[in-house]
Design a binder for this molecule. Structure first.
Ligand SMILES: *Cc1c(COP(=O)(O)O)cnc(C)c1O
Ligand SMILES: [Zn+2]
Length: 401
């Protein structure tokens, strides 16, 4: 049976305690399994479809899960972009191919299943967009109500559309994401809604399967795993999962965990570069990559450990670099992602140029969300379609043929 354990003081709690922080010291919790009781083999896993639930022995859900077939996303070899950077083994795991179009679905299939297992009647989150879209989808599938808090005017169009269409109660606050999270956290504690931000340790359990899948798809552990960092939950989750695989003897080494943030919103990068014991929150985070526009990452404590223990690193990229890489992925690889997702690949380019990444490395970039999430940012970068009269001469002249 699993337990919840404080990552700071080691206090342990029952798996069915409704807790988001250690009650002794206030720090983050994580799910711990009795790994010696886990008898599944790698072979048995590989016989199942590639998905979050392939790995159910390392997940905390013991009821029939709330699932829409999340995970099983493609791992693409980036031949063109890799060539340009001098990298033969550059890969992108396209998490935009999940049911709601981002990796948040891996967390929500587990998180909303846990809400039912724990007999909670409603769910809630704060969100820069994708968490709300995903929560709305999985709450709909589970048949329970969802409340989502968004920073007014700072959420990409496609994500708001999803949250609304799937039937969540959508509230826009005149404040940023960090404030929305404080508010929803208080609401959940006072009114018994189940909080499904990444501070919830069960959500991260679903997200760790990105690492499991990448290892299965590559047939081994990559040298480096690169992720865009907002609340720093995903990078922490992938590290935790791979650590479990290593303890089970399924893999022999860990990848260098590498986190990429936007220049205007980079407290984790600063903490790594300046070797700080903890992050200093950024009060006014700003970036075109709204999914990582977060000044006070709630999982920073876990992420700093992941990066430091694996000899990884952190880097920031400008909005221009993010958008250029978004276009490059779209035009040279056929991969459509939202701006935050492109940060991982833009970060690799920067780290290769600075010499921090060796060109012989095998690298997996997580591209986190789909292009259609943020159509406004796409349209702003592109020439509008050429409108012509409906006759062939006009067409030929428009095409300059
Ligand atoms: C949530 C999200 C991120 C950031 O993930 P964290 O776990 O908050 O670090 C990055 N990109 C996209 C598209 C996201 O939806
Ligand atoms: Zn504690």
């Amino acid at each position: 049976m699993e337990r919840l354990v404080c990552v700071n003081c080691g206090a342990a709690y029952k798996a069915d305690d409704i807790l988001y922080n250690c009650t002794k010291c206030g720090h983050l919790l994580e799910v711990r399994y009795n790994l010696d009781e886990i008898t599944v083999s790698k072979k048995a896993w590989q016989k199942r479809p590639l998905s979050v639930w392939r790995y159910r022995e390392l997940l905390p859900v013991h009821i029939e899960p709330v699932t829409l077939q999340e995970g099983g996303t493609p791992l693409y070899h980036l031949r063109r972009l890799g060539d340009e950077m001098g990298l033969k083994n550059l890969y992108a795991k396209h998490e935009g191919m999940n049911p709601s179009g981002s990796f948040k679905d891996r967390g929500m299939t587990v998180g909303v299943s846990m809400a039912l297992q724990l007999k909670m009647k409603s769910v809630a989150c704060a969100s820069t967009g994708n968490t709300s879209a995903s929560l709305a989808v999985y709450a709909a599938k589970a048949g329970i109500p969802a409340v989502v808090l968004l920073p007014a005017g700072k959420v990409a169009l496609g994500k708001v559309a999803q949250a609304l269409m799937h039937g969540a109660r959508v509230i826009s606050i005149r404040g940023n994401f960090d404030r929305a999270l404080e508010m929803v956290h208080e609401l959940c504690l006072s009114h018994g809604l189940y909080l499904l931000n990444s501070i919830n340790p069960y959500r991260l359990e679903g997200q760790k399967t990105i690492g499991f899948e990448a290892v299965d798809q590559l047939g081994g552990v990559p040298d480096r795993f690169v992720l865009p960092v907002g609340n720093a939950g995903n990078i922490s989750a992938v590290y935790k999962g791979l650590l479990e695989l290593k303890e089970l003897g399924f893999i022999g080494s860990l990848p260098m965990m590498t986190g990429i943030q936007a220049v205007g919103s980079s407290p984790v990068v600063r903490a790594i570069h300046e070797n700080l014991p903890e992050v200093i929150p950024e009060l006014h985070p700003e970036t075109v990559a709204t999914a990582i526009r977060i000044g006070a990452p709630v999982n920073a404590e876990k992420a700093l450990v992941a990066i430091r223990k694996t000899g990884g690193c952190a880097e920031s990229v400008t909005d221009e670099e993010i958008l250029r890489t978004q276009r490059d992925l779209a035009r040279k690889e056929g991969i459509g992602v939202e701006p935050a997702s492109a940060a991982s690949v833009a970060g690799v380019q920067k780290l290769v140029e600075s010499g921090a990444i060796d060109r012989s490395e095998r690298i997996v970039c997580v591209v986190t969300g789909h292009l259609l999430k943020d159509p406004d940012t796409v349209i702003r970068q592109c020439e509008p379609p050429t409108e012509i009269d409906a006759d062939l001469p006009s067409l030929l002249s428009a095409l300059r043929l």
